[in-house]
Design a protein around this ligand. Structure first.
Ligand code: ZN
Length: 168
């Protein structure tokens, strides 16, 4: 898909965030990173503040999109199980959740769940359970990766013995 066709896609319904998600996925699939940057700038310039957080992860020849807090994902039970196992291991080697990245006024255990439901974390877990052991996990995040996920990624990389590449 060329830039021109993509621009038309956005003109159809420029307020609909899902088109931007679709476009970003297409660009990521075809490794057109500049196109992805352009789409994200459009989202920002058009003030689409309700952009849901989402990440994509490369699984085989496909790019899969995972939304923050997504519980309708076909593999969500496996994803959350994997995150639970990872969280326990992360804590055993020194990871401490940083709740300053949680803006909701809730109890601590809920804050931990919120961090665990960030799209990049779901994508990493999904990537780990869906790709061959030892292969790198490639993530693309539409918004800036929060500091806690950045930190958690380092721990998950050590535990899973995977190279985890996150672009935002
Ligand atoms: Zn996060």
């Amino acid at each position: 898909m060329g830039i021109l066709a993509s621009d038309r896609l956005l003109e159809v319904d420029s307020e609909n965030v899902s088109y931007y998600v679709l476009l970003s996925t297409i660009y990521a699939n075809t490794e057109k990173w500049e196109g992805g940057i352009k789409v994200r700038l459009l989202v920002r310039d058009r003030g689409l503040r309700k952009t849901p957080g989402w990440s994509s992860v490369v699984v085989g020849s496909k790019v899969e999109v995972v939304y923050t807090g997504n519980q309708t994902h076909p593999k969500y039970i496996e994803i959350y199980k994997e995150l639970k196992v990872l969280s326990a291991k992360m804590k055993s080697i020194g990871y401490v959740p940083d709740y300053s990245f949680v803006y909701q006024d809730v109890e601590e255990d809920e804050k931990e769940q919120i961090l665990n439901s960030h799209s990049e974390r779901l994508s990493i877990a999904f990537g780990i359970i869906s790709t061959l052991s030892g292969s790198p996990v490639r993530i693309f995040k539409n918004l800036r990766v929060c500091g806690d996920c950045h930190n958690a990624t380092k721990y998950i990389s050590i535990i899973s013995e995977r190279e985890i590449i996150v672009r935002d």
